[in-house]
Design a protein around this ligand. Structure first.
Ligand SMILES: [Mn+2]
Length: 377
């Protein structure tokens, strides 16, 4: 059987106040197209379906549309809640949808029960483990659980995995391998690593479809994977290409994993240079609809750089000024009390701009001090 593994859709997300809904619509229809081309039997959606517990109307409608279109193509859907989703809201209708091969698990009900499907090689057990934290699991085990690792371990221990058949797990946790995984800025960090779950506890599964980290990556072994988000949701994610993970389960022990590149409608990208250079470059190229992070290298004050850049990059998301090299603290020639305001200002200017004021600048400053009069002395 052939599956797509995706996750971290974050439907309804905004970046710097820019709504991503059009971009999400575009990328989901691309996933649908690929699903048709690849003739897949099912799709794993590994949590963080929505960006917020109470998602905006457009996000709910978009998911409804996506699931309906998948279902029309007779593609089985397996979906779990992530930490961004409201577990119970995602559960809505799940017992009814079940009949239509739409399997949704929003909240943890105390045990993992597989959905068993069949192909020419036999049975496949698909286990849906929504995002869990220790406090969610504790009541079911009458035990104080301190770590996420322990919580997931306990749940898995109670699961009688039939190792003769093929088994797939969907989970949304911060899974690492010996403490390592590649993160990005749009994910939440927790101090001390109490939320980390080591990949080794999943080794009995034939494939583990993970959600949570936004970079597509394997964790511990090739068959334990984060699909990554379908779109870059922060500028720290732009260097890694987004993909659909395609998983073909053949007979037990024979899995083929491939990646299908996703092309965003408007990529996020960074531009860097002096304002004039950036404006000139923008006029010479296409793609001005891209989401832009600008980094200015100018050292002089600029007149409304955001406004100027938005004339060529309407989707400029953020503009920063490049951090200057470390400034060498200059000793004051004599004590500050004895220095004139003009002298102090010259030193301040030098510290800000890493260079001395030129003569015309000194003239402007001198004139300003004169206009302010003796009060400043
Ligand atoms: Mn997450």
């Amino acid at each position: 059987m052939r599956f797509f593994h995706i996750g971290d859709l974050h439907l309804g997300k905004k970046i710097y106040d820019f709504s991503m809904i059009d971009d999400q619509k575009y990328i989901l229809s691309q996933i649908l197209e690929k699903a048709e081309e690849e003739n897949i039997d099912g799709i794993f959606i590994s949590g963080d379906v929505y960006d917020k517990g109470v998602p905006p109307v457009e996000a709910v409608r978009l998911l409804d549309e996506f699931l309906t279109e998948l279902s029309k193509r007779n593609i089985a859907i397996f979906m779990i809640a992530g930490n961004h989703d409201s577990a119970y809201r995602l559960d809505f209708g799940s017992r009814l949808f079940h009949e239509n091969k739409i399997h949704i698990c929003g909240s943890f009900g105390g045990a993992l029960n597989p959905i068993v499907i069949e192909d020419e090689f036999g049975e496949i057990g698909v286990y849906l483990l929504p995002f869990i934290k220790p406090a969610v699991v504790s009541p079911f085990f009458q035990e104080d659980i301190a770590t996420y690792q322990k919580a997931v371990e306990l749940v898995l221990q109670e699961t009688n995995l039939d190792k003769n058949r093929r088994n797939v797990l969907l989970a949304h946790q911060f899974v690492t391998w010996r403490g390592e995984a590649e993160q990005s800025d749009s994910e939440t960090y927790s101090l001390g690593g109490i939320d980390e779950v080591d990949a080794s506890i999943f080794f009995d599964f034939d494939y583990v479809a993970l959600g949570h980290l936004h970079s597509p990556q394997k964790i511990g072994k090739n068959e334990i994977r984060f699909a990554g988000s379908p779109l870059a949701y922060s500028f720290s994610e732009i260097r890694r290409k987004k993909t659909i993970t395609k998983v073909e389960l053949r007979e037990k022990g024979n899995i083929q994993i491939d990646f299908i590149p996703l092309i965003p409608k408007r990529p996020l990208r960074e531009i860097k240079g002096p304002l004039e250079g950036l404006l000139a470059a923008a006029r010479a190229e296409d793609g001005s609809e891209d989401y832009i992070r600008g980094i200015l290298t100018d050292t002089m004050l600029l007149n409304d750089p955001v406004g100027q850049l938005r004339t060529v990059y309407p989707n400029l998301m953020t503009l920063e000024v490049e951090a200057q090299g470390k400034y060498e603290e200059k000793q004051l020639p004599y004590s500050a009390e004895e220095m004139t305001p003009q002298e102090l200002f010259e030193l301040f200017f030098e510290r800000q701009n890493q260079k001395e004021m030129d003569d015309s600048q000194k003239q402007v400053a001198k004139k300003a001090w004169e206009e302010l009069g003796d009060d400043m002395e």
